[in-house]
Write a protein that binds this ligand. Structure first.
Ligand SMILES: *Cc1c(COP(=O)(O)O)cnc(C)c1O
Length: 395
C-alpha cells in the first residue's frame, strides 16, 4: 500500500489541486520546481545547518519514566516543544523560505490561526530579510495578543481579516487572494499539510525530519528503529505527518492520531473533522470538511486554538479511510487532564494541542512491553491564560 502522494497529487481519493484559473500558473511553477530544489545538495546542506544551529535540532527523544509507570508501557516523548519559537512549525517555515528564495521570490505571505505559524514565518523572514505579510482573522488577532506582538516585533505586517467568521479559514482565503494578485514576487508559506498539491507534500517532507530523528534515536535507546505506536495530534496534520512519514509504509508501527472533539462529537462545539466531516473541496484540496448538508462550512470549536480547522490534510483523510491510522476524538477535558498529568509527572507543560495526543495514553490499551513515541508538538507558554482559567482554584 502506498500512503504517500501520487504523481497527480492525490492520497487515495483525497488531495489534488483545485485552484481557480488565476492561480494555476503559481501552483504549476511550484509543482515543477519543488522536488528538484529540495533534493539538490546545496539546499539540503543549507536546511540541515539551519535546523541544527538555528532551530535546535535534533530535538531530544526523552524517555518519560514516571509517565511510563502510570501508563504501563514505555513512553518516549519527541520534544518538538524545545524547537526555536516553541513548536514544530519552524521546521516547515525554514524549509519553505529557502524554497522561496531559490525560486527568486522576495515577498512572503502566510495565514495564521493561533499565531504559531505566523510567528514561525515572521521569524524566518527576519532571518532572511524578506518582506512578510501575515493574514489573521480579527477574532484571532484579539484572542492571541502575545503572538500578534511577537510578529510585529519581528517586523511582519499583520493584516486582520474581517470576512466570514474572522478566523483561520477566512485568513487562509485572504492569503490565497494576495498570492493570486502578486504571483511574480510572492511566495505563500502554508503552515500545515493542507492546500493544493504540492503543498501537503512539501510540508510533510519538511516535517519528516521528526520521524527521521525518531528512527535514529530509538535505535540508540531501544536497539530498534520501530516503536509499537506513534502518537500525534492533528489540526491540519503537519506534526503528525512528520512523526509518521518514514513509518507510513511499515504497517507494524501503529499510528494513532488525536483530533479535537471540543465538548464532544455529539455536540455542535467540536472540531473532530475526521469523525464528522464529509468530502468536499476546501482551500484547493479534496478532503473531509465540517459542513452543513448544503455545503456551508461549520465553524469548528476546540479549547486549543491550533486544532480548530474545519478541514484536515488529505494524507490524514486517506490514512483514516484506509484504516492505516486510528483516530481518537479527544475532548477539551481529556486534553486538559493529560496536560496537568504530564506537567506534574515530568515537569513539562505541553501546548494544549499536544495535550490531545497525550490524552490517548489514558484512552487506549497498551502492554508493558509496548514502546510508544508521542510527539509533543509545542510548549505550553502560549496557553498559560487558558490553563490558568481552566484550572482556577486548583493550584
Ligand atoms: C499549529 C500547531 C498544531 C497543529 O498543526 P498541525 O499541522 O496539525 O501539526 C499542533 N501543535 C502545535 C504546538 C501547533 O502550534
Amino acid at each position: 500500500m502506498n500512503y504517500n502522494v501520487n504523481e497527480q497529487g492525490y492520497y487515495g481519493e483525497f488531495g489534488g489541486a483545485y485552484v481557480p484559473e488565476i492561480l494555476q500558473k503559481n501552483v504549476k511553477e511550484l509543482r515543477e520546481n519543488y522536488l528538484k530544489i529540495m533534493q539538490s545538495p546545496d539546499f539540503i546542506a543549507e536546511i540541515d545547518q539551519l535546523l541544527h544551529d538555528y532551530a535546535g535540532r535534533p530535538t531530544p527523544l526523552y524517555f518519560a519514566k514516571r509517565l511510563s509507570e502510570e501508563v504501563g508501557a514505555k513512553v518516549y516523548l519527541k520534544r518538538e516543544d524545545l524547537c526555536h519559537t516553541g513548536a514544530h512549525k519552524i521546521n516547515n517555515a525554514l524549509g519553505q523560505i529557502l524554497l522561496a528564495r531559490r525560486m527568486g521570490k522576495t515577498r512572503i505571505v502566510a495565514e495564521t490561526g493561533a499565531g504559531q505559524h505566523g510567528v514561525a514565518t515572521a521569524t524566518v523572514c527576519a532571518l532572511m530579510n524578506m518582506e512578510c505579510v501575515v493574514y489573521m482573522g480579527e477574532t484571532d488577532v484579539n484572542r492571541q495578543f502575545l503572538n500578534v506582538q511577537r510578529m510585529k516585533m519581528l517586523g511582519a505586517k499583520v493584516v486582520p481579516v474581517i470576512s466570514g467568521n474572522k478566523t483561520l479559514k477566512d485568513a487562509t482565503n485572504e492569503a490565497i487572494r494576495d498570492w493570486c494578485c502578486n504571483p511574480q514576487n510572492t511566495f505563500y508559506i502554508i503552515g500545515s499539510v493542507v492546500g493544493p498539491h504540492p503543498y501537503p507534500d512539501i510540508v510533510a517532507k519538511f516535517q519528516s525530519v521528526i520521524s527521521e530523528e525518531i528512527k535514529k534515536q530509538l535505535k540508540e535507546k531501544e536497539g530498534r528503529e520501530n516503536p509499537d505506536y506513534l502518537i500525534a495530534c492533528v489540526g491540519g496534520g503537519s506534526n503528525a505527518a512528520g512523526t509518521f512519514y518514514h513509518y507510513l509504509q511499515n504497517e507494524e508501527v501503529k499510528l494513532y492520531e488525536a483530533e479535537a472533539a471540543g465538548l464532544g462529537i455529539d455536540t455542535d462545539m467540536t472540531a473532530a473533522t475526521i469523525h464528522l466531516g464529509k468530502e468536499g473541496v476546501l482551500h484547493g484540496s479534496r478532503t473531509l470538511i465540517m459542513q452543513t448538508p448544503d455545503g456551508q462550512i461549520v465553524e469548528p470549536y476546540s479549547i486549543s486554538a491550533g486544532l480548530d480547522y474545519p478541514g484536515i490534510g488529505p494524507m490524514h483523510a486517506n490514512l483514516a479511510r484506509m484504516g492505516r491510522a486510528k483516530v481518537f476524538a479527544i475532548t477539551d477535558k481529556q486534553a486538559m487532564d493529560a496536560a496537568l498529568r504530564l506537567t506534574r509527572l515530568e515537569g513539562i507543560i505541553p501546548a494544549i494541542e499536544s495535550s490531545h495526543a497525550l490524552a490517548i495514553l489514558a484512552e487506549a490499551k497498551f502492554k508493558p512491553s509496548d514502546v510508544i513515541v508521542v510527539t509533543v508538538s509545542g510548549r505550553g507558554d502560549k496557553d498559560m491564560n487558558t490553563y490558568s482559567k481552566y484550572f482556577e482554584g486548583q493550584f
